[in-house]
Design a protein around this ligand. Structure first.
Ligand code: AMP
Length: 173
């Protein structure tokens, strides 16, 4: 099965959630168990090559890919979430958006100092979300083994915001 079959299962929705955004809808991919399984296998292989000690999955669609990859690799899963969602004590970083700002949080005991983590999200656009998550891991004295995405919107240059951290993306536009 080629990557094109996975690409074909990602639907473009123009002007969602606001005018000018071409939204990459992964729900048809999730609805096809063969393609979804193959996506997880490929992502796990690419992430596993970096030998991370754990996965940090980004809310919310990153959870859909981070959780099965962590389970497949047999390593811990940690959740990076928007403010107010995590129940235990948290640490966070605030980052700039085109308009305003947002914040990403982790539980204070999520990151083991010196251990390396793979950051996983469904898609990288401007890179702000993944960069904030990577920064947060490093502020907690963890290391970033790689940042992995199903989809990279390369024309937005998001990977530059991740600096020298290794990037894995299955599909590029
Ligand atoms: P960014 O911080 O700009 O890299 O945005 C990445 C986050 O926003 C990811 O969690 C994506 O799920 C979501 N996102 C941004 N742009 C799109 C898009 N065009 N289609 C689908 N999701 C997007």
């Amino acid at each position: 099965m080629s990557i094109d079959a996975i690409k074909d299962a990602i639907r473009d929705i123009p002007d969602f959630p606001k005018p000018g955004i071409l939204f990459k809808d992964i729900t048809p991919l999730l609805a096809d168990p063969t393609l979804f399984g193959r996506t997880i296998d490929m992502l796990a292989e690419r992430v596993g090559a970096h030998d991370p000690a754990g996965i940090v999955a980004i809310e919310s669609r990153g959870f859909l890919f981070g959780a099965p990859v962590a389970s497949k690799l047999g390593i811990p899963l940690q959740l990076a979430r928007k403010p107010g969602k995590l129940p235990y004590k948290t640490v966070g970083v605030t980052y700039d958006l085109e308009y305003g700002s947002d914040r990403m949080e982790l539980h204070t005991d999520a990151i083991e100092a010196g251990a390396s983590y793979a950051v996983i999200d469904d898609l990288i656009a401007t890179g702000g979300t993944a960069a904030a998550t990577a920064d947060l891991i490093e502020l907690q004295r963890g290391r970033v083994a790689c940042c992995a995405f199903v989809i990279e919107l390369s024309f937005l240059g998001g990977v530059q915001r991740l600096g020298s951290r290794p990037i894995e993306s299955l599909i590029r536009y």
